[in-house]
Structures are given as C-alpha cells and as structure tokens.
Design a protein around this ligand. Structure first.
Ligand SMILES: Cc1cc2nc3c(=O)[nH]c(=O)nc-3n(C[C@H](O)[C@H](O)[C@H](O)COP(=O)(O)OP(=O)(O)OC[C@H]3O[C@@H](n4cnc5c(N)ncnc54)[C@H](O)[C@@H]3O)c2cc1C
Length: 481
C-alpha cells in the first residue's frame, strides 16, 4: 500500500508531537497533510511513563520540567490545567556518608576538614590563574572542570560524578555544551558558607518545578497526542527504510509513504543506517557516542526515612553504589504509588557504555544493595515492586568532535528535505530536554513553512543562556494554509 503526505514525522516523543501540534495549529489536519509514525503503542518516547504490575508509576529516569520558552509553558498550562503538583527543588549529593546540598561547590563546609581545605586551595588556584589573564578555551570537559572548580572539588565530586553519569571519561567530552547546566563558583559565597557553616542552596533556574498530579511525566505527552487529529497518527508502526533521494519511507508492515518533508526524531545514527542513499555518511554517524541507562524503580510499603522526606533527588559520585542519581519519586505526586500514603518509591538511574559495562542480570539487586548502603532503605523495609527498564539510547554524549561531524551530516540530510531533530535526532545534549525537544519540532515546522530561524537547533547557547525566548519568540498563531 502506498500513501502520500506532505510531512512525515517519525516518532511521537516531545519533538515529533511538537511538530505535529504546530502543523495542526497552522491548519494542517488531514492525513495527506501529515502523518506521524510511532513504533510504540503510546505517545511520549523517553518522556512516557509506565505503570508496573504492582500499580507503581515510573518515568524513564527522573524527569523535571525545565523551560526556556513561554510557548512551552502555555502549552503545558493548557494541556493539564490545574492538575500539577508544585515542588521546591531539593537536590542533594550523598558522599562520605553525609548529604551535601546542591550546588555542591557552595556547600563544601559539610565535607571533612581536609577535603574542605583541598577544595579551597583548588579554588584559590583557579582565581589566581584567572587574575593572571586570558586562557585558551578548555579543550575538553575535564579541562573545563579543573579550570572552573580547581583540583580539590574536581577530585572530590566533579570528576567521579561525571564519569558515573556520562559513562565516559570527561577527557573524552567537549566543554562546549556546558553553558548554564553546571553552576560555576562564587568564591565569596563559598567562604561565607565555610566560615558560617551555613548552606547556600539558591542557584540558577528551576528552583521550583511542577509535576503532573496524575500519570507521571507521560501524562503531558498523552494529553498532547489526544489533541491531535487521530487520522494523522499511526502507532505500533516502525519506519525501517528511507529512500532519501526519492523521499519514500518504508514501514515494517510493508506500507510505503511518499513524503515531501521528513521530520525524523529517531537516533541520527539509525536514520543514516536505514537509508541506502546515505551510506557515505555511515562511518561518521556510527562514530557518534551515546550512553544507555538502566532505570530501576523500587516500590515499598510505608513512608520514606526522615532524611529523604523533603528531598527531590540525590546525586551519588562514589563507587559503592551503581547509580548516579536517585529520585524520591513518591514525593513528586501522591499518585505515583498505589494506595496513596501507604507506599513510597525510589527511582534509580545507572549509566552504561562501551567504556562502562553493567551486568543486566544483577543490576536490580546491585541497586537495592546500593540503596541499603546509602541508608535509603532500612533492612526491614518491605519491597513491593522492583521495576527495571534498559534504555539503549539514553544520553546523547557531547563527545569531542561532535559538532564537526554534525556540520558534515546535517546539510546533507537537509539537501534531501530531512530534518533530523530532537534528543537523538539532533544529538545535541545541551538542547535535549523536553522543552527544547518540543520546540525543535515546532521550529522545524515554522522553518519549512515560513523560513523562520530554528533557534534551538542552531543556537543552543543563546537559547539556554538568555532565559525565556532568548532568540525568537515563537508566536501562538494560526496562518492560512
Ligand atoms: C534518564 C533520562 C532523564 C531525563 N531527564 C529529563 C529531565 O529531567 N527533564 C527533561 O525535560 N527531559 C529529560 N530527559 C529528556 C527527555 O526524555 C527528552 O527531552 C525527550 O523525550 C526527547 O524527545 P524526542 O521526541 O526528541 O525523542 P524521544 O523521546 O526519544 O522520542 C522518539 C520517538 O521516536 C520513536 N521512534 C524511534 N525510531 C522509530 C522508527 N524507526 N519508527 C517509528 N518510531 C520510531 C520512539 O519510539 C520514540 O517514541 C531525560 C531523558 C532520560 C533518558
């Protein structure tokens, strides 16, 4: 069977849904206008949520809503109305058998004295080097860490934590993506905190965040998909081959779709592999680094220990436990657990890559052992649910040389009217959260239809640094088709 449409969208994650929503806003609502093909049976992609057999709800890793766009905020307001829970961000680091509030660098007074001293010495070195004049830009993320925080903080927290979360040595990552994501250091704040032995917790964006009251993060994306014209959406269908030159996509079912424009959110390396016309790019696309993530959800009887009750999530730099981050997931919404008030839950994330192996057969027990080691679970706690999901494409690694490879591949895809966008479509970690992803889809459509700039894709630094609508506010408007 052959179908024709103007726009073909691959994937019903936030990016594909953003593109679809924007097309509908512009009045495109027929199957010959656009089709969205999704291999899963539900919308959301990595931002979907799952209810396990014991009725605990899980996200695919700790999803916190950050926003750089009014458009995104308004859409979310509209989709879920009042069904949100508001939270103060309570992020902590657990190490040396103690909790340190995030940002770690501002709260080193909680460390053992010798480590406080090492951190302060490193910070003084950093300040002296800065005072001595301009330095070359850092060649790697490792260099950026050492130059921003000094040797002490680097060794105590930043290097071990980043090795754990990225599953690659920070020397293999570029420094380009960092921007607002990691707070740099205000020496006076650190000194005040050390001398007064007082926490300093106020940093940057997202001091508050909101979370869906019902249905996990995925509720947002299911609500958006429900507003789209059903005749344009096809679930349980996979795109298996793309004839880039002829603009034809083949589905696993044997169906053929002829399109004018392709907005693809599948991983870029797989997109290139699936197209016989793009084989000259395959070696480059195959060299893209990424990491996988194991999500282990632990559902328990009772309520969290006192130390966890006001915490949102915790970072774990030490090797005694396999996870780099744990979210106190029952705290996000009372409906994330069955029989509200009678249960609680932790969601733990473990990274994996060719440089960092994980034993999938033992990971659930290893995580539970780690949670006991960190005293998050008491010996007598009754575990009601152990949920495990391995995500092959978890983090698009900002590896050294990434941008040069993207600069080669992207224009060649565009020459065939292919817009590869989103977390793994664009492979730009710095603009791969839900807000960025939705806007990449929206902006791709506005670019194709009206020649508007794709700010998020082309200027991640500006979008992230400038707060809401830094580059070009996308308007909520409808134009005649
Ligand atoms: C561990 C983890 C933690 C995260 N934490 C946060 C956070 O705190 N805050 C935040 O905002 N974001 C977070 N994210 C990122 C968030 O999940 C992404 O921003 C978002 O889901 C990316 O949307 P996307 O549409 O680009 O890709 P995806 O969500 O990956 O969606 C792509 C879709 O394409 C489909 N697909 C792929 N190939 C094909 C094919 N050949 N045929 C048909 N369909 C196909 C897939 O099934 C999928 O549904 C996190 C992600 C992870 C993994």
């Amino acid at each position: 069977m052959t179908t024709k449409c103007k726009f073909l969208i691959i994937g019903a994650g936030p990016t594909g849904l953003g593109a679809a929503w924007r097309l509908a806003e512009h009045g495109y609502k027929k199957a010959e206008d656009w089709l969205l093909i999704e291999s899963a049976d539900v919308a959301g992609g990595l931002s979907a949520s799952v209810v396990d057999e014991a009725q605990f709800t899980w996200d695919k890793g700790g999803h916190v809503i950050f926003s750089h766009y009014d458009y995104f905020d308004k859409l979310l307001d509209d989709l879920l109305g009042d069904s949100w829970v508001s939270h103060n961000r309570e992020a902590w680091v657990y190490l040396r058998e103690r909790f340190v509030p995030y940002p770690f660098q501002n709260n080193i007074w909680r460390l053992p004295a010798d480590e406080q001293l090492a951190c302060l010495e490193g910070l003084l070195d950093v300040n002296n080097l800065r005072a001595a004049g301009a330095q070359q830009p850092p060649k790697s993320f490792l260099e950026w860490i050492e130059r921003s925080f000094g040797k002490g903080l680097a060794e105590v927290f930043f290097i071990p934590y980043n090795k754990k979360v990225w599953a690659y040595d920070p020397a293999k990552l570029s420094a380009h993506w960092v921007g607002e994501r990691v707070a740099t250091v205000d020496m006076m704040k650190v000194l005040h905190s050390v001398v007064n032995q007082k926490d300093d917790r106020g940093w940057g964006p997202n001091a508050q965040f909101r979370y869906p009251l019902h249905g996990g993060t995925g509720a947002i994306w299911r609500a958006l998909a429900d507003r789209l014209p059903p005749q344009c959406l096809k679930y349980n269908q996979s795109v298996v081959k793309i004839e880039a030159k002829n603009r034809i996509a083949h589905l696993a079912s044997g169906e053929i779709i002829e399109y004018e424009y392709l907005i693809s959110t599948m991983p870029l390396n797989l997109l290139v592999s699936s197209s016989p016309d793009l084989q000259h790019l395959k070696a480059d696309a195959d060299s893209f680094k990424y990491s996988s993530v194991h999500i282990v959800g632990i559902g328990m009887k009772g309520s969290p220990p006192v130390e966890l009750q006001a915490k949102s999530w915790l970072y774990f730099p030490e090797s005694q436990c396999p996870f780099y981050r744990v979210t106190v997931f029952s705290g996000y919404s009372p409906h994330n657990v069955p029989a509200e008030g009678e249960h609680w839950s932790l969601m733990c994330e473990v990274s994996e890559s060719p440089d960092k192996a994980v034993n999938a057969a033992t990971i659930v027990d290893d995580v539970i052992g780690g949670a006991r080691w960190a005293k998050m679970i008491a010996p007598d706690t009754e575990i009601k649910s152990k949920w495990h999901l391995r995500i092959e494409h978890g983090y698009p690694t900002p590896f050294l040389g990434r941008d040069q490879l993207l600069d080669v591949i992207e224009p060649q895809l565009r020459a065939h009217n292919i817009f590869s966008r989103g977390r793994f479509g664009a492979w730009k970690y710095e603009v791969s959260n839900q807000d960025h992803s939705l806007m990449q889809g929206v902006e791709a459509v506005d670019h194709i239809l009206f020649g508007e700039e794709e700010s998020t894709f082309h200027y991640p630094g500006k979008v992230n640094a400038g707060g809401k609508n830094a580059v070009r506010p996308v308007q909520n408007f409808t134009r005649p088709v």
